[in-house]
Design a protein around this ligand. Sequence first.
Ligand code: PEP
Length: 249
Amino acid sequence: MQRPVFAANWKMNHGPTEAKAFMRTFLAHYARRPDRSVLFFPSDLAFAAVADAIRERQDLLLGVQNIHWEDKGAFTGESSAAIARDAGARLVLVGHSERRHVFGETDEMQARKCHSGVRAGLTPVLCIGELLAEREAGQAEAVVIRQLTAGLSLLDPRDVAQMLIAYEPVWAIGTGKTATPEDASRMHAVVRRHLTAMLAEKAASVPILYGGSVNRGNAATLIAAPEVDGLLVGGASLDAEGWSSIVRS
Ligand code: PEP
């Protein structure tokens, strides 16, 4: 994947109609650039609208926000990795803080989702990050290493080398509080050291994205910070012009 990587997580926003309008504006503002990757994670029900809008733009990649870890079965309301792949997804967000803290998902579930995603040919973006209380207790590094170790535990190192990691401190998500570039770099370096212990020189191929209240005003500074290979953006990715200005930063 070409770095820097800019990933839009729309969460539970933009239905098919809004998604189509968004893509019309975004495509008018963002011409293909070979020096970066742009990823979209729309809601499942807007997925086809976005896939259709970017059919001619192979530089833009599409992922789903969540999968179930089982291949198929009686799991009402869920989609498997194979279903997401069949619909055209290339990537999947795994372990987003809202899945962990709103829906009570465990580290073990993230491991199974990563494994299931890889088996179906999806690239997982494993999200990790500490709560404010954990940070204040001096546990930020231990928490992200625990989440990383657990989330990757069922994968072959060759598969880990193909995926992406997103460091998203929970206290910065949707709060308007952003990690400083120094903080982000320091935590990304912790992640990189851990990956290097697992993968040796192949660790360098894993993009580590920062997420947490990124906006048009701070994106350029964050993306320029050492060890920050890209940005995962929620709220500020919902406005097509704003998002196009972030991906051009
Ligand atoms: C996110 O949803 O991953 C995120 C980082 O949200 P926001 O940019 O709104 O903080």
